[in-house]
Write a protein that binds this ligand. Sequence first.
Ligand code: IMP
Ligand code: MG
Length: 177
Amino acid sequence: MHAAPQGSIGRVVIAADDLAARVSELGARITTDYRGRSPLLVGVLKGAFVFMSDLGRAIDLPVELDFMAVSSYGESTKSSGVVRIVKDLETDIKGRDVILVEDIVDSGLTLRYLRSLLGDRNPASLEVCALLVREGANTGDVKYFGFPIPPDFVVGYGLDVAEHYRELDSIRVFEPE
Ligand code: IMP
Ligand code: MG
């Protein structure tokens, strides 16, 4: 078991209702934009798993799902600056309409890395759907996103600190000691 992180759960930044409403909107937009096609949603584990599950069900098209796992953070709230593939896709994405599903774009390092990696595999199209984008981060690369988020480290709705708090149904601030 992972040791409890040193800190506590603070205020709610995005309530469960607001998350649900925004995910429905994103699903509706993707449904319109990909009408007649069958997009492949590529979720970035583990943080995106809750968002991916809700988003997949909010899209009224025959989607396929696959997952990758990358690691850019250790058991801390600071990036190590290194992205590493922990689990690759099972699907051949050549010629597919790929939507990369991310929990949060913070520095943008993970996104840049995954975009170039997946782009090299010749998908028909490649877009990004991120639930959260850190205020000030470059969103030019992110076609679909849920909410801008202040600089605080947040947990819940899939996001963790040292593997804790992924199960919270809202996005909340984590206050380190
Ligand atoms: P980036 O590579 O700096 O954009 O970081 C992306 C990854 O860092 C995300 O997919 C998260 O796993 C993690 N991350 C960044 N900020 C937070 C946060 O506030 N809470 C939890 N995880 C975060
Ligand atoms: Mg994480």
